[in-house]
Design a protein around this ligand. Structure first.
Ligand SMILES: *[C@@H]1O[C@H](CO)[C@@H](O)[C@H](O)[C@H]1NC(C)=O
Length: 247
């Protein structure tokens, strides 16, 4: 019997929970470990725990990429554009490794579809012009990319994430000037990205103070905004994975 991709796609799109959702549950800055914002327990504590990750409403994605939600995953600050700042921040040296621990993403086990789940992981930073516990970039072009991992060596970044027990790592650029920054990390799930909306973005924003003797505050041009960086015409946001993988 011939295998039908349209059947597979219908099955896939009817099983979003099997494909999994997630959020960052732990952040390691150099050698210091911080618990992430835990959307299913933190809100129920009194007092609510103070985290260095801005609040996310749950483990779901953002699909309307024109919304401010695509910046840090929801929660606008008192009606002003941008996610609500968190009350505390972590400290990390320029040049140090940051490791982010994602909650488990179940693997798709459908026959004849690769075991891989298809997700790039991308990380941006933005220099806070003022107190990071009060500042949000809003719609400003404030973000520069510091790391990305997509499809290489026959594997997706998300395959590497799974084989690395949910841990993704990147390096704070050594040249970065000391000061407060917002790190915006994301997973983009592409299993349904053949049209727009379809790509699912899972952003997380982490507040840090960078230390060191660097002099760069990031590139002077080519900064992007969230929302803004991703539209229906951005390469990779509309993306037919299944055609690509069967060629
Ligand atoms: C990721 O975080 C969870 C929850 O704190 C923890 O149980 C798990 O051991 C961490 N994973 C790794 C590889 O450190």
């Amino acid at each position: 019997m011939r295998f039908s991709y349209s059947v597979a796609l219908a099955v896939l799109s009817s099983l979003p929970s099997v494909l999994g959702h997630g959020y960052v549950q732990e952040v390691t800055l150099g050698s210091s470990k911080y618990t992430g914002w835990l959307p299913y327990s933190d809100p129920y504590y009194n007092p609510v725990p103070q985290r260095i990750i801005r609040k996310v409403p749950g483990n779901g994605p953002v699909e309307d990429l024109s919304l401010i939600d695509v910046q840090c995953n929801g929660y606008t600050a008192g009606g002003q554009a941008g996610s609500a700042p968190a009350p505390v921040y972590g400290t990390v040296a320029a040049g140090a490794t940051v490791s982010l621990n994602w909650t488990t993403w179940p693997i798709c086990e459908l026959p004849l579809i690769s075991h891989t789940i298809h997700r790039p992981l991308i990380t941006y930073m933005a220099k806070a012009p003022s107190d990071i516990t009060k500042w949000s970039p809003g719609n400003a072009a404030a973000w520069f990319k510091v790391h990305q991992d997509g499809y290489s060596g026959g594997l997706w970044a998300s395959d590497r994430l799974l084989s690395n027990k949910g841990i993704y790592s990147f390096t704070i650029p050594k040249s970065l000037k000391a000061g407060q920054y917002l790190i915006r990390h994301e997973i983009i799930a592409l299993h349904n990205a053949g049209q727009y909306p379809g790509a699912q973005v899972y952003p997380a924003c982490i507040q840090v103070e960078v230390t060191g003797s660097g002099t760069s505050t990031g590139p002077s041009s080519g900064l992007v905004s969230f929302p803004g960086a991703y539209t229906s015409s951005t390469p990779g946001i509309v993306f037919n994975l299944y055609t690509l993988l069967t060629r």
